[in-house]
Structure formats: C-alpha cells, structure tokens
Design a protein around this ligand. Structure first.
Ligand SMILES: [Zn+2]
Ligand SMILES: [Zn+2]
Length: 219
C-alpha cells in the first residue's frame, strides 16, 4: 500500500492541512532555520500532516534539507517567515495498491504526484535511511517529496506547471532561489521538465523515541 501526495489545486497559505508553499505553522519560539553551508534562510517548502497530532515542516536549500515535527495543537502561522514559496498547493492523499514508482508511472499526470506519506522510501540512488543522533535507533520514514533544487531548474513541489502562466518563487535574494520560469505553451511543461521530470527527492525521517528528525536529499 502506498499513500500518494497528489496536487489538489491552489491551497490556503496559512492553512493547517498538508500543502506546499505558504507560511509554515510553527510552535511559539520557533527560530527560522538557516542553511549550515550558505547561512541563508532556508526555503519553507511543505507542511505535512502525518497524523492528526503531528505536523511536519520541510525546509530546503540547495545544500540542505531540514524537517521539524511539531505537535499540531501548538502551532500557528510563523510571524516572520524567512523564505517562502508564493505558490501554495493543496495536497490530497490517495491510497494505491502498487509501489510508489509504479504509482508514479501509472498516474495520469505524473507531475501531480508530489510524493508519498509513509510506506517505504523510493530512493533515487542508494538507501540512506538515517539513525537517530540521540539514541542510535533506525529512524522511521515519514514522507518523501518530489522537488528539484538544481539552480537551473528551480522547480519545487508546489510550483504548478500546468497553468501556462509564469510561476515564481519569493525568497530572500541572498538564497539565489528566487526565479521566474515560463512554461512551454505547446506542452504546458517547463522546458527541463519535459525531459527530466522532477528529479530531486527529499526524504523525511523521525526517531520513534526522540524528537529528532532527519532529511535526505537525492537526485
Ligand atoms: Zn545553503
Ligand atoms: Zn532517537
């Protein structure tokens, strides 16, 4: 059984549901993450309700991915967002019997498959399942998202490609992530995606015992 994360149209930028883009819901005192490599504020990419009680916030940079797991009852929209996607996409969950890769291939519009919730990670390359830095336990796989942080492509989950209009990202200029892209009117696909698809994947894990989370990123 695979639970697909499927694009479900424009989303609520401050909503509590699973979505890409918009403002993350965070607990009091949350500090916006900055990249360890480039020091820029990381881009809030997605919020995933893994259970009724838990909300995951995923932040990306070209160099790193970070996830936070919050108790849903404690969160509210971040007061001072560091870097966010202007396009907000709602996500619905669809259960299918096949594997993630098979489901991606079978889905009518491949680009609407934004990832999966739970199940087994569909690694682009080798298995990088992390162990907890605190207790050494193998971490649980929570979700994966299709994304791409190639500077040339600048395509993130949540940046819709089928509207024919220009899409844009709103970010801190220092991150170099801000960009504008034009879709190809013939295919409604951005040029690189016609050949490459969404080639980047972020994988989110959490320790079954500790508050620790971890991310992996593969192309
Ligand atoms: Zn960075
Ligand atoms: Zn642990």
């Amino acid at each position: 059984m695979t639970t697909l994360l499927i694009y479900a149209g424009p989303g609520d930028a401050a909503g509590a549901g699973t979505r890409t883009g918009g403002v993350p819901l965070v607990p009091p005192g949350f500090t916006w993450p900055h990249c360890d490599s480039c020091a820029a504020p990381m881009l809030f990419t997605a919020q995933i309700r893994t259970t009724a009680e838990a909300t995951i916030a995923l932040f990306l940079c070209r160099h790193n991915a970070r996830a936070f797991r919050f108790a849903t009852y404690r969160v509210a929209p971040a007061a001072a967002p560091g870097a966010v996607l202007s396009d907000v996409s709602a996500i619905r969950m669809v259960e299918v019997a096949s594997s993630y890769e098979e489901a991606c291939d079978a889905w009518p519009r491949r680009r609407d498959v934004l990832g999966q919730l739970g199940g087994s990670p569909a690694w682009s390359s080798h298995d990088e399942t992390p162990t907890c830095a605190e207790c050494g336990e193998t971490m649980d796989f929570l979700a994966q998202l299709e994304t791409n942080l190639e500077p040339r492509l600048q395509t993130h989950v949540g940046t819709r490609l089928d509207t024919g209009r220009e899409t844009s990202l709103e970010t801190n200029p220092d991150t170099n992530l801000a960009t504008r892209r034009q879709t190809n009117p013939e295919t409604n696909l951005e040029p690189d995606l016609e050949t490459h698809g969404n080639t980047g994947r972020a994988y989110i894990f959490a320790c079954p015992h500790c508050p620790e989370t971890a991310c992996r990123y593969q192309r």
